[in-house]
Structures are given as C-alpha cells and as structure tokens.
Design a binder for this molecule. Structure first.
Ligand code: FMN
Length: 193
C-alpha cells in the first residue's frame, strides 16, 4: 500500500543544509514506494505567534494552507536545524500556528495529529544538530502529543556528506537514512491500514 509522506526543513535559507537532507530523505522514501511531497517553509510566511493577532486576524492563510497539505499525508519527515541546542524559531512558530487549527474530534485534535513523524537534522559541526533533534523529539511527543519513530538521523559535517542533489557520500550515514525512511514508510502503512 502506497503512503503519502510530507518533507520539510526548519530552515528557509536558500543554501540550507537541512533542505539538502530533505531531498536525500525523500529520495530514500521514494525507493520504499512512498509518494513524496516537499514543501519549503519560505513559501508559508507567518507572523510570530501572538494571541492578539490570532484574535484580530485569525490563523494566517499560510498556516491554513500548510495544514491542508499536512492533512493529506500519512507521515512527515522534518529536517531540524539546531539553534543553541534547540530548534529554529521558524519551525516552532510554524508548528504553533498550525496547532491552533482544531478538528471536530473530542478532545480536539490539531492537523499535526493522526500521522507519524521522523526527525533528522544536519549541521557543519560533528554532532549534526543532535541536541536540537533530541529537543525536537521531546517537543513533538510531549508538547504536540505526536507519534515519532525512534530512528532519528543526525548528519555531522553535512556540507561534506550531503550533495545538493540529495546524494550521500558516506555509506554509514546513507544506511542510517535508509533505516529511518524504511521505518517511517512501514509505520505510516500500519497506521493507514
Ligand atoms: C542562532 C543560531 C544558533 C546556532 N546554534 C547551533 C548549535 O547549537 N549547534 C550547532 O551545531 N549549530 C548551531 N548553529 C549553526 C546551524 O546549525 C547551521 O548554520 C545550520 O547549517 C543551519 O541550518 P540550515 O543550513 O538548514 O539553514 C546555529 C546557528 C544560528 C544562526
């Protein structure tokens, strides 16, 4: 059974290493038969969350559009840059705005619910943003109450290891990414069936 997977990075930067990781991960998932969508968060600009903005203007159109895309997918891979051992403000802001949209379920659920998540990250350092990935894992599980697979992927020296076209020059990193995408596809399939 084919599953639909959404891929995005927590960076809007043109030369983002995490966008390279998104490309690499999506290619591996495709090999496992998944249907792939890649979005760039730069195409979904939102103001920094403020309850006053929500009260006066509602949830931004960009968040609503992204939520509609999220809802069409069985699983999501997020490539998460590390900022000071945490995640980027862009990523947190996007997660929060979309979480303000609720479904009719009781108790209310957000568009992020009802699908499975895999987390990766890369940086030029040796750790590949591992602390940010760990933070993000806890955040998705405890904060947003989402299902996250344990096969996270931290790619140190990402600028040397992941090419622009998504190819990977290090066989161990490639094996790690393959393992993560296999688990994401299989878990998404189980959830769907
Ligand atoms: C505010 C800020 C904080 C950062 N903190 C860390 C850090 O804690 N650990 C790390 O490995 N890299 C850190 N970096 C470097 C980023 O991880 C690196 O620039 C990465 O390439 C950003 O992701 P991107 O290439 O996908 O945009 C930081 C960068 C910025 C701008």
């Amino acid at each position: 059974m084919s599953v639909k997977l959404l891929f995005f990075a927590g960076s809007a930067r043109k030369a983002s290493l995490n966008k390279r990781l998104v490309k690499a991960a999506s290619l591996k998932a495709e090999e496992f038969g998944a249907e792939i969508t890649i979005v760039d968060l730069k195409d979904y600009p939102m103001p920094i969350y403020c309850g006053d903005i929500e009260e006066s203007d509602g949830v931004p159109e960009a968040a609503q559009k992204l939520a509609e895309i999220v809802k069409q997918h069985d699983g999501i891979f997020i490539a998460c840059p590390e900022y000071n051992s945490s995640i980027t403000p862009l990523l947190k802001n996007t997660l929060d705005w979309v979480s303000r949209l609720k479904t009719d379920a009781t108790p209310p659920r957000t568009p992020w619910h009802d699908r499975v998540y895999a987390i990766g990250g890369t940086s030029m350092g040796m750790m590949g943003g591992l602390r940010g990935i760990q933070y993000m894992t806890q955040l998705l599980i405890n904060g947003y109450q989402l299902q996250v697979i344990p096969q996270t992927v931290a790619v140190g020296r990402g600028h040397e290891i992941i090419e622009d076209d998504g190819s990977i020059t290090n066989p161990q990193v490639e094996a790690m990414l393959i393992g993560s995408m296999k688990a994401l596809v299989e878990t998404a399939q189980k959830l769907k069936s």
